[in-house]
Write a protein of this length. Structure first.
Length: 640
């Protein structure tokens, strides 16, 4: 690499800048190489085949081979776009005799660099959304918690797609819903029952602390044996078929013999996807085995549910832990639709595991000694929300005692009704019928099975009463939190430095993929090709695509469905507690101080809204601005 830079005649003091530009030319491959180097020897069995230095050496070789083809692109020239702006806002020729100030303003806007213009529009969208959501929260915050014992409590992932379902199930009765990171605080890797695959079911910020293996579920041993035997038969048949298909002398014969069957299956996938099984192979007879997790750790994970969410002692007879996952066919971006808190996997197994932990008598005894009393008639149940079809599947129902069978039956009926309502709401956003959403989840040519987290804009930390009467349109991550039960602020610090960080990553992924999809996104899904199981390329080559495809962000007319804006975080907590947490964490100082996350604090006792101020004249940023009445945040200084 050094020899190449010298041969190209690049001065030594420019090497750093040139190397950065070379890495930025292929961000997809550069990112993959970095990932392989960081994870080799830990999650990957084999060593990383190359390093960033190898990539840069290859670049210098290419530059030496064809120097005339490579030039650094200068910034584009910008011209006066006043006339284009007049046309965009439909100001006709007869109306164009604007006063001098109006034309001057348009000319100033039209001459802005596209980056400055984009920032201006993004900030306008942020202020509009911020004012709107503050007003909605204000109208909802007056709601008092319901008296009496809830019909059931459901703990959903904080994912924005959970918010509409929470509204829907709450409308069916006296249900209480809460939000918690969808891995349910369990730092585990999960190995399949046959040992063939393992996946980390936790945020990528963390490393697994326990290796959990799936085994026959309690009460499902007979089904598990039959399922296991069936899987072995299928695996044997698949191995034989693969050997024939890939053999030199048998490949053509295999194609001739299986052609009619393959054609029939292709026709079925195109014209009759709704006739196919919606659930696929059922593996619910296998469940994660918690025996490898020490009892003390199980108690800690159980305790975290209460401390992190503010889940109180008024527990219902049924408490349902609801993970989530998606259902899509022929979709290389399927993991982007699954649970981010579970590392891009489905979250149902984490929910089942924590439910089993919370039902354990020894765990409950240890919690009681720590003043966390679980009523004897409270049963925890694991479930999974299919966000593509809005089905909620309840696991391990064979373990539900007879005394709770009617409770479960009523809950399932209400979950079904809530799912119908959610499909209608999502169908309107996609411009499709609720029935079409079910068909699309099975169709191999479907490019947009759901919107995923498109539209995400805010992260709210507080009790459900803060938002319960507000329709947040599936745009908000909702994390339950009770400041009164967290006197040290330890739970809030974890929420802001873990779940909120993941939400900010997701927000940035959607923001940049929308702002410049050709560079930071993945382009059109229709022309994607999967490469080596590690990523996609556009057409027949080029860089590995980063970010999200256009179909996850834009409608069919090319209009952005996702509005690019930075994450807004709203926290109900004492101001001094928030400032202490921010002062202790450099990552929060960078995110709030540099504007990547906008922060609003709701004072618990007064209900006043305060906005984090980053104006340069303050020696120390802080919660300095009071939100005034109206739809936007004011700029009147108050005592911090």
């Amino acid at each position: 690499m050094e020899a190449g830079l010298r041969e190209l005649g690049i001065p030594f003091h420019q090497w750093g800048a040139v190397l950065k530009k070379l890495v930025a030319r292929l961000p997809g491959w550069a990112g993959h190489i970095r990932w392989r180097n960081e994870y080799a020897g830990r999650d990957l069995v084999e060593d990383a085949p190359a390093s960033a230095a190898d990539l840069l050496a290859l670049w210098t070789f290419v530059l030496r081979s064809a120097p005339d083809r490579w030039t650094w692109r200068a910034d584009e020239l910008h011209v006066d776009a006043t006339e284009e702006l007049l046309g965009h806002f439909d100001i006709g020729a007869d109306q164009r005799s604007l006063h001098a100030e109006g034309r001057c303003a348009l000319r100033e806007i039209g001459s802005l660099h596209e980056d400055d213009l984009g920032l201006m529009f993004m900030e306008a969208a942020e202020r509009t959304f911020r004012g709107s959501i503050v007003q909605r929260i204000r109208g909802s915050a007056s709601t008092s918690p319901a008296d009496g014992r809830p019909t059931a409590q459901l703990v959903f992932c904080i994912d924005v797609r959970s918010e509409p379902f929470r509204r829907a199930i709450e409308s069916q009765g006296t249900y209480e819903t809460l939000g918690y990171a969808g891995f349910f605080g369990l730092p585990i890797s999960l190995t399949s029952a046959d040992g063939a695959s393992s996946r980390n079911l936790l945020p990528v910020l963390l490393r697994p602390a326990h290796a959990v293996v799936k085994g026959p579920a309690v009460g499902q041993e007979t089904r598990a044996r039959k399922s296991w035997a069936k899987k072995l038969r299928r695996s044997s048949a698949q191995r034989i078929f693969d050997a024939i298909k890939n053999g030199i002398g048998t490949s053509f014969a295999a194609a001739e013999a299986t052609g009619p069957l393959a054609a029939a299956r292709m026709v079925e996938s195109c014209v009759g996807p709704s006739l196919k099984s919606l659930s696929g192979r059922d593996e619910s007879c296998f469940a994660p085995d918690r025996s490898r997790i020490p009892l003390s750790d199980q108690v800690d994970y159980a305790r975290s549910l209460f401390s992190m969410t503010g889940l109180g002692t008024n527990l219902a007879r049924l408490v349902v832990l609801v993970g989530h996952g998606s259902h899509a066919v022929n979709n290389p971006f399927a993991s982007a639709l699954d649970c981010g808190a579970c590392g891009g996997h489905r979250g149902g197994e984490n929910a089942r595991l924590l439910a089993a932990i919370l039902n354990d008598a020894d765990v409950r005894k240890a919690l009681a000694e720590d003043s966390v009393e679980i009523p004897a008639d409270t049963v925890f149940v694991g479930a999974e929300h299919d966000t593509t079809r809005d089905f909620v599947r309840v696991f391990d129902t064979q373990l539900i005692p007879a005394t709770h069978e009617q409770d479960l039956a009523n809950l399932k009926a209400d979950l079904s009704t809530a799912g119908d309502r959610c499909r209608e709401e999502r169908g309107q956003r996609l411009g499709r019928s609720a029935r079409d959403l079910l068909v699309g989840s099975q169709h191999w040519g479907e490019v947009r099975p759901e919107w995923g987290l498109a539209g995400n804009a805010a992260f709210i930390v507080g009790p459900r009463e803060l938002t319960k009467d507000a329709n947040l349109e599936g745009r908000v991550f909702l994390h339950s939190y009770n400041w009164a039960s967290d006197p040290t602020g330890a739970a809030l610090e974890v929420i802001l430095t873990a779940p909120m960080i993941v939400a900010q990553w997701i927000n940035c992924q959607y923001l940049f993929s929308t702002v410049d999809n050709s560079r930071f996104g993945a382009g059109d899904k229709i022309t994607h090709n999967v490469l080596g199981g590690i990523g996609v390329v556009q057409g027949n080559g080029g860089d590995l695509r980063v970010g999200l495809p256009r179909q996850s962000l834009y409608d069919d007319q090319g209009v952005p469905y996702h509005v690019p804006q930075r994450l807004l975080t709203i926290v109900e907590a004492p101001l001094d507690r928030l400032e202490e947490i921010i002062d202790r964490n450099a990552i929060l100082q960078r995110l709030f101080g540099n504007g990547w996350v906008q922060l609003i604090a709701v004072e618990p006792n007064t209900g006043r809204f305060r906005c984090w101020r980053t104006v340069k004249e303050f020696a120390k940023p802080g919660l300095k601005i009071e939100e005034q009445e109206g739809e936007t945040l004011g700029a009147r200084l108050v005592d911090a």
